[in-house]
Write a new protein. Structure first.
Length: 393
């Protein structure tokens, strides 16, 4: 169909027509959450809906992901739009009628919202595609919460032939109806470390006859904070957090070992290198000074997410023109998002979609999180309008 003269009104009407179905789909997915690389049921719902719409797609991409293709009527660039599908290992406490039916698992980050939104985008753009110059690639991604889904899909070809990419995320700290963006570096690189401090066990009354890994681990935890305060440039944000300390079993025994798990977040590549080198050096120093063994496993997960002005500028202009509003510029966050793996390959932009329900003070990754479902239809309109404007003849 030719692009309507009043595209704003057309997208609003088209979205309003399908919104009840999208909300029902979201609630179904919400009630049956699946963790990273377990999204078999969710992927099945997506595949069935794409088949109903007559949209060509591949399943099993990056293990449990789906890639769909909408061909435009004329040659042009390929724009990828990505949504994540996985849930979190959190026990839901919302009391909603459609609350999680699986103990210890919940869509506490709104990926159910994202999946339903991208299905709506698929339906809207399918009807407009013949008058577009270029193609839309819809990427339904697993395992974002463990930062492994995007690299897995890319390894299976999900980004091949893509010229630019859009990601998006619901934001409870923004009211529903609002949109936001971050210029430049938006989200942090995320790395993980496992440190085993190996001592020599013995009686707590005779520490001189042992090598105490708890004392060594305690000193190391304190010293790790100097990676931020004394190793990094003040203008280079860095976070080093030890999230797990495990060692010992009772009052009067010095244990054999202590296990530390932690994360490192940085915005700049230089800061990332500095942090890893400093952590390794501090571990060596503790080993030498306190007569213990220190084994470090350091894993780089995803790079920082950089929004490219070549995609950000036209995308924000489309959203502002469509809704008649001013999008909110936000500061960078030290949170991480594996959409950065796509953004590391092609010019990309990660849109922030307001999801805050009136009168609520919600947070992501929280057992009580209840995003306002109106953000689904608004997200469909925003992403569809961006895609049409960027691929318009």
């Amino acid at each position: 169909m030719p692009l309507p003269n009043d595209l704003t009104s057309h997208l609003a009407t088209a979205t309003q027509r399908i919104e009840p179905r999208l909300i029902a789909t979201r609630r179904d997915i919400h009630a049956h959450p699946e963790l990273g690389f377990e999204e078999v049921r969710t992927a099945g719902i997506v595949a069935a809906e794409l088949s109903r719409l007559g949209i060509a797609h591949r399943t099993g991409v990056g293990r449990t992901g789906i890639v769909a293709e909408i061909k435009g009527g004329r040659p042009g660039k390929t724009l990828a739009i990505r949504a994540d599908m996985d849930a979190l290992p959190i026990h839901e406490e919302t009391g909603q009628e459609f609350a999680s039916t699986i103990a210890g698992k919940m869509h506490a980050c709104g990926h159910d919202i994202h999946t339903a939104t991208l299905l709506g985008v698929a339906e809207v753009l399918r009807d407009l595609a013949p008058d577009l110059s270029g193609n839309i690639r819809l990427i339904f991604q697993p395992a974002e919460e463990i930062l492994e889904g995007a690299p897995a899909m890319i390894a299976d070809g999900a980004a091949d032939g893509v010229d630019m990419a859009l990601g998006f995320h619901n934001m409870p700290d923004m009211p529903v109806g609002g949109f936001g963006y971050v210029r430049g570096m938006a989200l942090a690189a995320s790395d993980r470390f496992d440190i085993i401090v190996q001592g020599k066990s013995g009686h707590a009354a005779h520490p001189y006859a042992s090598v105490d890994p708890i004392v060594a681990a305690a000193q190391l935890i304190t010293q790790l904070q100097t990676v931020v305060s004394r190793e990094q440039k003040a203008i280079h944000p860095c976070v080093v957090t030890v999230g797990m300390v495990q060692g010992g079993a009772t009052y009067n025994i010095i244990p054999e070992r202590v296990h530390l798990k932690g994360t490192v977040r940085t915005l700049h590549p230089e800061a990332r290198d500095v942090a890893e080198a400093a952590i390794r050096r501090l571990c060596e120093g503790i080993a030498t000074g306190l007569r213990c063994g220190v084994d470090v496993t350091y894993r780089r997960l995803v790079p920082s997410l950089r929004n490219d002005d070549r995609v950000l500028e036209p995308a924000i202009r489309s959203v502002e023109n469509h809704f008649g509003l001013t999008a909110e510029e936000k500061p960078p966050s030290m949170g991480a998002e594996d959409f950065s793996a796509f953004a590391d390959r092609v010019p990309s932009f990660h849109l922030l979609v307001g999801a805050g329900a009136p009168g609520r003070d919600d947070r992501l990754h929280n057992a009580h999180y209840q995003p306002d479902e109106a953000c689904i239809g608004l997200g469909v309109q925003a992403l569809s309008r961006i895609a049409v404007d960027m691929l318009r003849a």
